[in-house]
Design a protein around this ligand. Sequence first.
Ligand code: ATP
Length: 249
Amino acid sequence: MSEPSADQSPETRVLTDMRLLDVRGITAFYGKAQALFDVSLHVDRGEVVAILGRNGTGKTTTIKTICRMLPFADGDIAFAGQSLKGLASHQAARLGLGLVPEGRRCFQPLTVLENLTVAARPGTHGTRWSLDDVIALFPRLGERQAQVAATLSGGEQQMLAIARALMTNPRLLLLDEATEGLAPVIREEIWRALGALKRDGQSILLVDKNLAEMRAVLDRCIIFERGRSVWTGGIGDLSSDLSKRYLAI
Ligand code: ATP
């Protein structure tokens, strides 16, 4: 992280140190179609934050933009005190962004073990996750170490995708559609693992629609509507009026 400049007030320094991700007023386009309008959000160190919203409101686009898979115009994205402007996705990943993308995308012909070892990378802020650690988090992966990813169930592939991201020792774990399309028992296992990560101090930004299931894990949520971040607050402050208006639940 960059050193605080001498002209920062003590309050500003504390804020800078706490804030891991700071997205400020970004816009994004697919060709000429604007998908994000003046989006701002933040994740503090150790926080678990969810982006919520109906279909097509810009959640995935925001995750992709943070990971520099899509360009942004206007505003800025700061990560661990450093601007991501102009960085390629692999450079942003090296700073400590660990993405579990929608659709998982494990290396299908490789075994579980190969997927994990290929991903392993010492983090920029120290190494925390070893093969043993991720297998302790997801024992099913230990039982299937020699199995190729293509033959894993959807739930096992999602566990592998999360474990792979952890092997990069990310400062921020980003999950797009963390439990989409998975059986209830598997979703439960994923939330259990994310709860353990939270207790361990891992910062997480996720997209998911199972609000009831993720409540116990979340600190805060951000609601998106038509490409805009329209509300943020603690999970306890999410009223049924807000849920009805923006989430249709
Ligand atoms: P969902 O919950 O359905 O996954 P989302 O909130 O993640 O939706 P995005 O996928 O970010 O929404 O899409 C935001 C807007 O951008 C939508 O209007 C969508 O149609 C559009 N969009 C997404 N991907 C593309 C693309 N590759 N090309 C053009 N437009 C796109």
